[in-house]
Design a protein around this ligand. Structure first.
Ligand code: CO
Length: 134
């Protein structure tokens, strides 16, 4: 059911410092910061040949990643995102398998303008999983 790895998201305490690590130390192609007020994050994309790394920093007062950063002061891996062809078919299979879909189970428009769902980390090896219809 799942296809390509779309991205790995890493929450960082300092976007400029994290961008510099990826651009200078690791020699990657790094985008400029992009504010996404609807999602409560500022993102920087690290474009790799086969996937993307998303550096995330809280934006605004009720950012969904603020608590994560409080618990992980140095930052850390937040979620991985797999591509699916049909998000409703994927959701129905996941629910039938007993997996927990976060929120209302209705897909929301994600940071890339595509429908996404998040899956409970306890059902997926301790990792928050995002699925995105591409
Ligand atoms: Co994501």
């Amino acid at each position: 059911m799942i296809g390509k790895l779309n991205h790995v998201a890493i929450v960082v305490p300092d976007l400029a410092a994290a961008s510099a690590v990826y651009e200078n130390t690791l020699g990657a192609n790094v985008s400029r910061p992009n504010d996404l007020p609807d999602h409560g994050v500022t993102t920087v994309f690290v474009n790799l040949p086969n996937t993307k790394i998303e550096l995330l920093h809280p934006l605004g007062d009720d950012s969904p990643i603020a608590k994560f950063l409080e618990r992980n002061k140095d930052g850390g891996m937040h979620h991985i995102c797999y591509e699916v062809e049909d998000i409703y078919a994927a959701r129905d299979k996941l629910l039938a398998e007993g997996a927990r879909v976060l929120g209302s189970s209705e897909p929301k428009t994600g940071a890339h303008g595509k429908p996404v769902l998040f899956l409970h980390p306890k059902d997926f090896c301790g990792t928050l999983v995002e699925i995105e219809q591409v």
